[in-house]
Design a protein around this ligand. Structure first.
Ligand SMILES: [Zn+2]
Length: 288
């Protein structure tokens, strides 16, 4: 699943291309992907103009005229493709080889724009969704999720981080970092990277962290996420950036999925452990 830097990359790619466009048609062959009966969804969306593209946590929100919002989650295999006259912008997971044409058999929602361009939502496993809500309704839905702060917000300070840590003293630090009710946007990749940066074992409890370690974790979050955005995210199993290319941050990863290999910080070997159902890589000598 794409994490904050990957979704932010998709957001930026789409924002450059779809803002200002007018929707003249919509279709979907997968009712579970949308939250209204298809005829009503079609009727509501037709004629609306795209006024903005935003990210919240790992979700994308496309602003429409008349206070409507399209709320996307790409989940495990979702992909968004903007297809214009001489331009194609791909974001999210790449589609199976041989099905790169758009639309293809994995296209489950299509937005048609008045200038002849389209936005396709492709999804092999069909867990992704695109829900249509009025702005206020969406705000209520988001509030009900009780999401923690955006880690790159100015308001997310070291003090704010310490306050949140205090609420979950018995959490393992990696589990804590991946819980969107604590802070949003970090999944398996960036929680591993942040722990390695801070030289903290991912299975340490929150209450065992010393002040210096908390500061390093915080600095790691503030440094690694923007760097990953700069490199347009990480291409893990099957993620591509807005141009359909593998995210270049893959080459910058220091610890994620490196178990069994030599550590980049010492002569030792990277180990793995299971935490919250995910495999975490860490170095037993660099991380205490
Ligand atoms: Zn090491």
């Amino acid at each position: 699943m794409p994490e904050l830097p990957e979704v932010e990359t998709i957001k930026r790619g789409l924002a450059k291309n779809i803002i200002g466009k007018k929707i003249i048609g919509f279709d979907s062959d997968w009712q579970k992907m949308i939250n209204l009966p298809l005829p009503r969804y079609k009727r509501t969306i037709t004629g609306k103009k795209i006024i903005g593209v935003e990210r919240r946590a790992k979700m994308l929100i496309i602003g429409l005229s008349d206070d409507w919002r399209l709320w996307f989650h790409l989940k495990l295999t979702g992909q968004l493709v903007f297809s214009g006259k001489n331009k194609k912008v791909v974001g999210g997971h790449p589609i199976k080889e041989g099905f790169e044409a758009d639309p293809n058999r994995f296209t489950h929602a299509t937005f048609d724009f008045s200038d002849g361009s389209h936005l396709f939502f492709n999804d092999v496993r069909k867990f992704g969704w695109v829900r249509l809500y009025k702005k206020a309704e969406l705000e209520n839905k988001l509030a009900a999720m009780k999401l923690g702060p955006e880690p790159l917000d100015k308001n997310f300070t070291l003090d704010a981080f310490k306050q949140i840590l205090k609420k979950k003293p018995n959490n393992k630090i990696k589990v804590f970092l991946m819980d969107p009710q604590n802070l949003v946007g970090l999944g398996n990749i960036y929680s591993d990277e942040v722990c390695f940066f801070a030289r903290v074992r991912p299975d340490r409890t929150v209450k065992s962290l010393k002040d210096g370690e908390i500061k390093l974790l915080f600095n790691g979050i503030k440094k690694i996420l923007p760097e990953a955005i700069k490199y347009e995210g990480t291409s893990f199993s099957n993620y591509v950036n807005a141009l359909g290319e593998a995210g270049a941050y893959t080459k910058k990863l220091r610890i994620y999925q490196r178990y069994g290999q030599k550590c980049l910080g010492c002569p030792g070997q990277v180990k793995r452990l299971k935490l919250g159902g995910r495999t975490s890589s860490y170095c037993p000598s660099c991380q205490q």
